[in-house]
Design a protein around this ligand. Structure first.
Ligand code: AMP
Ligand code: ZN
Length: 467
């Protein structure tokens, strides 16, 4: 039985609302397609954002509908002019470059804790279905061949622009269209283009050539997920033209295509767009090589909601590391399996509200009573986000010392302190606090509750002596 008590709500770019409860077409097989990378270089930090966001959604769907009842597809674009350029520049073959880059990508995304999708199709393995789809579009009057090219006729699809909310006039004014002599209309986009001898090419009814970018996703999604599926995702830089074009192709081929369209916002670095010219461009591998744990990258990413621009900062990295060291140590002291807390799950089901889910984890981690259930829920919640995959990020002092014994000593000292204060023996009460500080226990006091942390200077013998 799927665990569906609280419904999932997802913001749909197509309807511009998250008001509609997510209901899969087939709860036995929930289907998601996410646009993957073009493989010519190491993934930069921004590329990791959709991977991590949709990894969390994949985990959530599997949790709710069952591990065997979700199919997640993410492609590799391994035919692209940037790849050709790199082959020319390095004297290596396209195959060598794409194989190597794909392996890098899988290694780097594995390091940030992403589960591999069920299918990771390469565009070049789907040339035949792309050609078949293009032929079908021509036969139906939605595409035409001209000078070795095949173009999609945008005016043949009345709803063009509906996803991105742009009118065709706006798109032309935005000058994001290329004018070419073989186009009937400047808006028309390429489904197939001719290849010269030094470019990768395949035989087709239109001569030796290669696909345009957009058709691959329409063909692969259809082949692996069917004519209709539940969720289509990617970064919001893909909404137009890539996703708009995918929709036009698939709808005109007679497919229902995706129900829910989800887009993550872009990642920036220290408030600026990441770019090589600004010197703030780095890859996931750069960070890993500097000793930043993959788990820290994941945690920082999830601290911002996926539909908000996300700023990678050094301050956030340091904070994330501190938090994870503490949490890893706390959870290392419990054994057992429970479900994540209800508040945590509610946050996640509310359009993947990961910052809210993390707030709930902070609450669990600060439970004054230090009860076993809170800690187990913290552990289960972190695992749901793909955290706590044991990468050595642990505050050793906390791990060794934060035992039930330490907890009960602190609790009895604190309750003496409260009693002394209630009879106005402030000096004696403060002595207890000072003793705790000198033993390396940092106590944060609220009106009638407290939380504590063990500092690196924590000394269990000093604490015992306070009793
Ligand atoms: P690409 O290889 O450029 O097609 O990008 C692969 C994926 O990364 C796509 O889903 C993009 O939308 C996404 N992406 C690229 N740059 C960023 C960024 N700065 N922040 C977040 N996502 C990005
Ligand atoms: Zn795509």
């Amino acid at each position: 039985m799927p665990n569906t008590e609280t419904p999932i709500y997802l913001y749909n770019t197509k309807t511009r609302t998250k008001g509609q409860q997510f209901v899969p077409i087939d709860a036995q097989n929930v289907r998601m397609y996410v646009c993957g990378p073009t493989v010519y270089d190491r993934a930069h930090l921004g590329n990791a954002r959709p991977v991590i966001v949709f990894d969390v959604l994949n985990r959530l769907l599997r949790h709710v509908y069952g591990d065997k009842h979700v199919t997640y597809v993410r492609n590799f674009t391994d035919v692209d002019d940037k790849i050709n350029a790199k082959a020319v520049a390095t004297g290596r073959t396209i195959g060598e470059i794409t194989d190597e880059t794909i392996q890098w990508f899988l290694d780097d995304m594995g390091a940030v804790g992403a589960i591999e999708p069920d299918h990771m199709p390469r565009a070049t393995a789907y040339i035949a279905p792309m050609i078949a789809m293009i032929e079908d579009l021509i036969a139906k009057g939605h595409a035409y061949a001209a000078e070795g090219h095949v173009l999609f006729s945008v005016s043949s699809y009345a709803e063009y622009g509906a996803l991105s909310g742009r009118s065709v006039d706006d798109m032309i004014a935005g000058a994001r269209v290329e004018i070419a002599p073989y186009k009937r209309d400047p808006m028309d986009f390429v489904l197939w283009k001719p290849s010269s001898d030094d470019q990768p090419g395949w035989d087709s009814p239109w001569g030796n050539g290669r696909p345009g970018w957009h058709i691959e996703c329409s063909a692969m999604a259809h082949d692996l997920l069917g004519a209709s599926f539940d969720i289509h995702g990617g970064g919001n830089d893909l909404t137009f033209p890539h996703h708009e074009n995918e929709i036009a192709q698939s709808k005109c081929a007679g497919h229902d295509f995706a129900n829910v369209w989800m887009h993550n916002e872009m990642l920036q670095v220290e408030g600026k767009k990441m770019s090589k010219s600004l010197g703030n461009f780095f890859t996931v591998r750069d960070l890993l090589d500097q000793g930043v744990a993959g788990e820290v990258i994941r945690f920082v990413m999830l601290s911002t909601h996926y539909r908000k621009p996300m700023d990678w900062t050094e301050t956030k990295r340091v904070e994330a590391e501190k938090t994870l060291r503490k949490w890893n140590a706390i959870i290392s002291q419990v054994e057992g399996e429970v479900a994540p807390s209800g508040l945590f799950m509610d946050a996640l089901k509310d359009d993947l509200n990961t910052p809210q889910a993390i707030t709930e984890m902070h609450r669990l981690a600060q439970g004054i009573a230090w009860n076993q259930l809170d800690i187990l829920q913290l552990k289960a919640s972190g695992e749901m986000l793909g955290l706590f995959q044991n990468n050595g990020l642990m505050d050793a002092n906390v791990a060794v010392n934060r035992t039930e014994r330490v907890d009960s000593i602190i609790e009895s000292l604190m309750s003496s302190r409260y009693q002394l204060r209630s009879v106005k023996l402030y000096e004696k009460a403060d002595k207890i606090r000072d003793g705790l500080i000198s033993a390396g226990v940092e106590v944060r006091e609220g009106k009638d509750s407290y939380t504590y942390d063990l500092l690196p200077s924590f000394d269990v013998a000093k604490l015992e002596a306070l009793k």
